[in-house]
Design a protein around this ligand. Structure first.
Ligand code: NAD
Ligand code: ZN
Ligand code: ZN
Length: 360
């Protein structure tokens, strides 16, 4: 058992606070990781706003890299001292998805069995089964993916959520390929990673859509060939105009709202693909003419974590970064201290950053 400091969301909509957290020693199949960096993702804010579920208090943070401090019984292939990126979908290898050779859909992903608590014994719900705005965290060993220690923790940690989700939404879920036209609606950390993924996949046209010009500037630097500020122009019309009147082959929705989903739906070409990677809240409803769903054909997909396989994709993305083909540093707008997470939420809300990253 260890006592460390971490960022907790105690109640819906209330500012987060720094609390003392009790971390159990790793049990069978578990690991304790000394967190070195953890990015602030919009999903953390969703948790704080009660948009994911009501299981307060939450230990926030889930986009992290660090060093393994200790492993429990029966853990193989992971040792103290290993540099790892934490993942929130540690595949089980045994569920019906895994057995069919589609482990990225795993329906029974692993988390630590023991609980982290507050000093009074209150059990914490770790965000996405991780909880990494904390000096040390307890995870399932499978949630630790070893990567080359050449990359700085702030950069490597991004792969643990937003960058992987956006990149994979384009490349894995959307299957973007050479010559495709791609539109990305919402260009925060996730959407801009989809832009970068589309560029690496060889997309011919990459249209970035946001309501904030600063996000569009970042999108251009990461590979967008065209940008649309949808607070000023109708993005569906504009995307059609840029694609010969037809719409894009793949549209990635990285906001998670019915109105932006509807834009994505109509901004895609016949038989094109919509990928929803933005996370909606439980109150949201989508209304579309069923005839349009049928008549426009193609595929309407969701992207859980970019349909990634951490063991396959994290080291690959680090390699691309080291080759200078994926500018991960561009996503780190600022590094901050643990007690600045609440301020980082405000900056995210105002659109001032792609990612604020807590470094320890
Ligand atoms: N599917 C997954 O596995 C996964 C993983 C990580 C994050 N997410 C989700 O992805 C979404 C984006 O996350 P993020 O960290 O990039 O958030 P962010 O806040 O950094 O980015 C959201 C972007 O959307 C833009 N936006 C807001 N309303 C818009 C509108 N009406 N039209 C166009 N653009 C609009 C904002 O200006 C901002 O640039 C969130 O919903 C987050 O929960 C999903
Ligand atoms: Zn499984
Ligand atoms: Zn996230």
């Amino acid at each position: 058992m260890q006592r460390v400091r971490g960022v907790v969301a105690k109640a819906k909509g209330e500012p987060v606070s720094i609390e003392t957290i009790l971390i159990p020693d790793p049990g069978p199949g578990e690991a304790v990781v000394q967190v070195q960096a953890c990015g602030v993702c919009h999903t953390d804010l969703h948790y704080r706003e009660g948009g994911i579920n009501d299981e307060f208090p939450f230990l926030l943070g889930h986009e992290a890299a660090g060093v393994v401090e200790a492993v429990g019984e029966g853990v193989s292939g992971l040792e103290p001292g290993d540099f790892v990126v934490l993942n929130w979908r540690a595949v089980c290898g045994q569920c019906r998805a895994c057995l069919r050779g589609r482990p990225w859909y795993c329906f029974a992903t692993h988390n630590a069995k023991q609980k982290m608590t507050l000093e009074d014994g209150t059990v914490l719900s770790p965000a996405l089964g991780i909880g990494a705005f904390v000096e040390k965290t307890l995870v399932a060993a499978g949630q630790c993916t070893k990567v080359d220690a050449d990359a700085s923790p702030a950069v490597a940690g991004l792969l643990g959520c937003g960058v992987m989700a956006g990149f994979g939404a384009a490349m894995n879920t959307g299957g973007v390929s050479r010559g495709d036209s791609v539109a990305v609606i919402g260009c925060g950390g996730v959407g801009n990673a989809a832009v970068a993924g589309a560029r690496l996949a060889g997309a011919a046209k990459i249209i970035a859509v946001d309501i904030d010009d600063r996000k569009l500037d970042w999108a251009r630097s990461l590979g967008a060939t065209h940008t649309i500020n949808s607070s000023r122009i109708d993005p569906v019309e504009a995307i059609r105009e840029l694609t010969g009147g037809f719409g894009a082959d793949v549209v990635v929705e990285a906001v998670g709202r019915p109105e932006t989903y509807t834009q994505a739906f109509y901004a895609r070409d016949l038989a094109g693909t919509v990928v929803l990677v933005g996370v909606p809240t439980p109150d949201m409803k989508l209304e579309l003419p069923l005839l349009d769903v049928f008549g426009r054909g193609g595929a309407l997909k969701s992207s859980w974590y970019g349909d990634c396989l951490p063991t396959r994709d994290f080291p690959m993305l680090i390699d691309l970064y080291r080759q200078g083909r994926l500018d991960l540093e561009a996503f780190v707008s600022e590094t901050i201290a643990l007690d600045e997470v609440e301020a980082a939420f405000t900056k995210m809300h105002h659109g001032d950053v792609l990612r604020s990253v807590v470094v320890f």
